[in-house]
Design a protein around this ligand. Structure first.
Ligand code: URA
Length: 260
């Protein structure tokens, strides 16, 4: 039997902060099992009790789903003797939630990678998203050390598109990457134009797997070096541009639909 405070459930379902939820409860718009409920700390049985707001039944989620804009210098693991972890950035209420078990990262980003990171208590979603059998596209914005001429850009695009050989790194074996797409700056997507004109050191890459240091190793295999990496999407889910570095928020119902 999973129990949770009413205010926490409402806050986790997009009804704002605990303060907002308190106001909502005081307004008399929330019913529990058919009776108006104004108390924030009422204990709800997630499997049995029925919550409704303005007579609309709330479809209670059994899990927590968070989007984080990961910053550099934090690691995607539970403990690290030296560095802060992404869990240090997660508000306490999500870590102590009784909704669906332990909060964990869906895959990992390197310590120096920024951008879209999912955290959830939903193990089956994690399994689906990181299974080597499901080739969910993941797109990254990359800055390279060496700028590339248009000719070199075309060459890179072909090599990545063919499915390139990626040499071993440390204990990690070599592998042949699945075909990956590169999008270079152009007249059309001018936002990626750099000061040095057509010689670009910025590119978007979409990969369909998640091997160790994959993006860095792919560019290293071409004799270049990634100096900045930011994940901007996973499947149809895009990083919220309003989310500051190091912040996280719950996924909306619509966003969740892109993943489940
Ligand atoms: N590829 C990398 O090299 N690093 C990441 O963090 C993610 C993908």
């Amino acid at each position: 039997m999973k129990r949770e405070r009413l205010d926490k459930i409402l806050s986790h379902h997009g009804f704002g902060s605990r303060k907002d939820v308190k106001k909502l409860l005081h307004s008399g718009r929330v019913n529990v099992n058919g009776k108006i409920c104004t108390l924030p700390d009422v204990s709800i049985d997630l499997d049995i009790d029925v919550i409704s707001i303005d007579d609309e039944v709330l479809k209670v989620r059994k899990h927590v789903y968070l989007m984080m804009n990961k910053c550099e210098d934090v690691v995607c693991s539970n403990k690290d003797g030296i560095h802060s972890t992404v869990f240090d950035l997660v508000p306490e209420e999500y870590k102590t939630s009784s909704m669906g078990g332990e909060l964990h990262c869906v895959g990992r980003l390197d310590i120096d990678t920024e951008g879209l990171l999912l955290l959830t208590t939903d193990g089956s979603l994690t399994h689906k998203l990181i299974s080597p059998k499901t080739h969910i596209p993941k797109t990254y914005h990359v800055k390279l050390q060496k700028g590339l001429s248009l000719r070199e850009q075309t060459k890179y695009t072909e090599v990545f598109q063919k499915g390139m050989f990626v040499p071993a790194e440390g204990n990690e074996s070599e592998f042949t990457a699945l075909p990956a797409q590169l999008i270079w700056p152009s007249e059309e997507n001018g936002s990626y134009l750099t000061e040095n004109g057509p010689e670009s050191c910025e590119v978007l890459i979409t990969i369909y797997e998640g091997k160790y240091h994959q993006v860095k190793r792919m560019f290293a295999a071409c004799g270049n070096q990634v100096i900045k990496l930011k994940r901007i999407s996973i499947g149809g889910l895009y990083l919220d541009s309003g989310l500051a570095l190091g912040q996280c928020r719950e996924l909306t119902q619509e966003e969740l639909k892109f993943l489940i």
